[in-house]
Design a protein around this ligand. Sequence first.
Ligand SMILES: Cc1cc2nc3c(=O)[nH]c(=O)nc-3n(C[C@H](O)[C@H](O)[C@H](O)COP(=O)(O)OP(=O)(O)OC[C@H]3O[C@@H](n4cnc5c(N)ncnc54)[C@H](O)[C@@H]3O)c2cc1C
Length: 416
Amino acid sequence: MKQPSTQSVNSPEARKSTQPSTQPAKASAATEKQPIMIAGAGPAGLFMGLCLAEKGFEVQIFEKRTELISDSRSLGIHPPSLRMLEKLGILNEFLKKGIEVPMGWAHDGRDLLGSIDFSGIDQKPSYILIHPQNETEKILKQAFIERMPNGIQYGTSIESFTDLESEIALEVRDHQHELRTYHTPILVACDGKNSTLREAAAISYEGLNYPDTYLMGDFPVVASDPKEPMVYITQEGLVESFPLPDGKRRWVVKTEEYIRNPKVEELSQIIKNRTHVTLEANHCSMISSFGVQHRKASKLQRNRLFLVGDAAHVVSPIGGQGMNLGWLGAWQLSEDLASMNLEVTGPLKITNYQRHFYATIKEVAKRAEWNMKMGRKSLFHRLKVQIIRLLLSTPLTAKFLAGRFTMSGLSFPKLP
Ligand SMILES: Cc1cc2nc3c(=O)[nH]c(=O)nc-3n(C[C@H](O)[C@H](O)[C@H](O)COP(=O)(O)OP(=O)(O)OC[C@H]3O[C@@H](n4cnc5c(N)ncnc54)[C@H](O)[C@@H]3O)c2cc1C
């Protein structure tokens, strides 16, 4: 990736070397109103594109992949996101295949500890929707293309960009490996946790690797499975199980260390030891192991460049809120941009997204960390289990916990 270092950005040489008039017509017609440009058509980039299109902006997304992803990484869509999808007019599409989860169960491997009911939370809708990420991306892509028929270019990668103060010039390698220069008033980097745009802008990405490691796999439903999610807080460590579309369940177990080449038999044995549930190992359709990190970019905005989604933050996937957090950021940024004059000459003013979204990242990361800690082994396991039982059976604390699991009570952004 070419480095548009801060020194070169404002230098006369840099300006000269990226003069738009020498570039292909469509890409650089200086008099035309240029679209807002987005790097990446993952869930953050597509959602960002949709929010901007709803506000009347022209949008162009560049995606280096040529195909949609096939795996189901992110499953949970939380109430604030459901409200945004409703506002965008696409919630019904999600409800067609998604599984509405109004409650969950807690178990200690021997006995039920209680249930957690989302219907009493202070926001509507009051359920979590289970919807695999590959299906989510399909719907977002379709909705975006309906609004912006030529708005995504697949097989194209943003190679570098230069901040020209009043606009950004970017070099894009298209599917025929040709380099083209585009100009945009705003560039949104939704290019994932290894964001090369963030790196090129010299924005640091700080955080930590947690010691926690997990193994997960998808199995056909067995007779003892409830319809709802089940979280097992056992002496040997956490086990979670969630319903999936197509008669399957996703099982996640905490492991002592990262397992490089996971075996299905190993996973089903851990599940059996901790929960007494026997799964059909030969019907496991996906298995993978993962470690857990927390990262956040030191800046969300650098003049006309913005970081959104995993490019801006990564939180522990235990509790399943990372993608949702990216959507909240995208929503806020689209509100900010709609209220600003992007044609203004010179640098753009600091957005509310830059000013206030860190507090939301911090709060969501804290909640995800708490979920993870609850699943760790403890010397005081019996005491921990008694406390959980008590919290779940006391209406006030049960409501508080239900709120934390459903992304309630975040003070920013303000949603409709
Ligand atoms: C095991 C696991 C479970 C999870 N479960 C949940 C959950 O239940 N709920 C939840 O909310 N989150 C969950 N997450 C997190 C969620 O998957 C991520 O937060 C989400 O994928 C981030 O989306 P994104 O669009 O920011 O990045 P990505 O999905 O990484 O997309 C980035 C895109 O940018 C493209 N790209 C990169 N560089 C360029 C370039 N230079 N030019 C053009 N294109 C480029 C890439 O090809 C890619 O398509 C989970 C994550 C994991 C690992």
